[in-house]
Design a protein around this ligand. Structure first.
Ligand SMILES: C[S@@+](CC[C@H](N)C(=O)[O-])C[C@H]1O[C@@H](n2cnc3c(N)ncnc32)[C@H](O)[C@@H]1O
Length: 361
């Protein structure tokens, strides 16, 4: 039901820092599809890394439902307060702010827990923040703390001097949306896969997508849901990944229109033929997994040469690269691609490059 124009619900949506604009664009699309006009809503980076503030003339549960349908976010939060803290007085200010804050969800019958995060240099720990915030909220509301079986999760996030307190409305991150009977030590989050597909651009029904380092298959799973009708091909040189990614597709009923083959990403054309793919979307291994001995420039160079042969001349390639400079140098040296878009994304404090490449004529 549409609320009166004066009732504006406001939420914060979290994502990988660096993908805020994608969250804004996705929110606007979904809001438009739900019948909201552009003038009625707002969606802006919240001035806090990895956060977007959205507001619309809806009842809060309606806006929460809209937010929960999004694919580019981790969590949905209801902001409680935002504050710039003075160095040396941070914990006292946190205490005072929370003793003054209204958190309508909490009372003597509702347990809560504080989840703290802290980035920057401070002379206290995140556990100190949780302890101070927990005591203040308990004093104000009478609610008991329960770290395991809490009813309400309160996030206290501090980035340098910026403090944000919010009620987290999602339990599990929304990015954890696929069943994964096969897991690897590291795999991409589905919201990152969504962002990569968005940057690649929908190629149309019947077009072919390739992920030549498919691992557990996150990109193929995500594409199965957002790009129905696109033919998905995954490849990996590890036979366990070939079999495992297929099991993951089957577990999510997304195997129709998909195929996984064993292939070395440096020699794709031998297995997959020339020029048939409209999109390549992939994250090659990061340094942690590939080992210290590897020379990234050489590795990227061989990957690009191989990808160029299987990609259509009008195609697009989206690559997530931990070694940003090595990727740029490899693109330049190879000479058959140009970088049409590049950005840095913070993946759990790993600053990775997200590149969109187009073949040069
Ligand atoms: C970073 S993971 C990809 C993760 C994947 N996006 C996911 O969500 O699970 C890298 C994968 O690349 C594979 N790999 C590494 N070197 C390769 C190569 N030269 N050719 C093909 N696959 C390779 C590994 O076996 C691993 O499964």
């Amino acid at each position: 039901m549409r609320a009166a124009m004066t009732d504006i619900a406001r939420l914060h949506l979290t994502t990988h820092p660096g993908l805020e604009d994608i969250v804004v664009a996705e929110f606007r699309e979904r809001a438009a599809a739900a019948g909201l006009t552009e003038e009625a809503l707002s969606a802006e980076p919240a001035g806090f890394r990895g956060r977007v503030e959205v507001a619309a003339p809806l009842e809060e549960p309606e806006l929460v439902a809209l937010a929960r349908s999004m694919r580019s976010i981790h969590h949905v939060l209801r902001p409680v307060l935002k504050l710039e803290l003075e160095p040396g007085r941070e914990l006292a200010q946190l205490d005072a702010a929370l003793r003054a804050a209204e958190i309508p969800e909490l009372g003597p019958e509702t347990s809560f827990r504080i989840t703290p995060t802290r980035h920057g240099t401070h002379d206290f720990t995140s556990m100190d923040m949780a302890r101070v915030a927990g005591a203040a909220v308990q004093a104000k509301t009478g609610a008991p703390v329960d770290l395991e079986r809490f009813d309400v999760e309160i996030r206290v996030d501090l980035v340098e001097r910026d403090l944000a307190v919010a009620v987290q409305l999602t339990r599990e991150p929304l990015s954890r949306r696929f069943a994964k009977p096969y897991e690897q030590r590291v795999s991409l989050k589905a919201d990152m896969a969504y962002a990569m597909l968005r940057l690649a651009g929908y190629p149309g029904p019947g077009a072919k997508l390739l992920d030549p380092f498919c691992g557990t298959g996150t990109i193929l799973l995500e594409a199965g849901e957002v790009w129905p009708g696109v033919i998905r091909v995954g490849s990996d040189f590890d036979p366990r990944a070939v079999e495992g990614a297929w099991r993951n597709l089957v577990a999510n009923r997304l195997e129709e229109g998909a195929r996984i083959v064993r292939a070395d990403a440096r020699r794709l054309a031998e297995e997959l033929g020339e020029g048939g793919f409209a999109r390549i979307v992939t994250n090659p291994p990061f340094g942690r997994v590939i080992g210290r001995g590897i020379h990234f420039f050489e590795f990227y160079l061989r990957m690009l040469a191989s990808a160029r042969r299987v990609l259509a001349p009008w195609g697009r390639m989206v690559v997530l690269a931990q070694r940003r400079d090595a990727l740029r140098a490899a693109v330049e040296h190879h000479g058959h691609f140009r970088i049409v878009h590049a950005r840095v994304v913070d993946m759990s404090r790993l600053f990775v490059g997200l590149f969109v490449l187009a073949p040069r004529e």
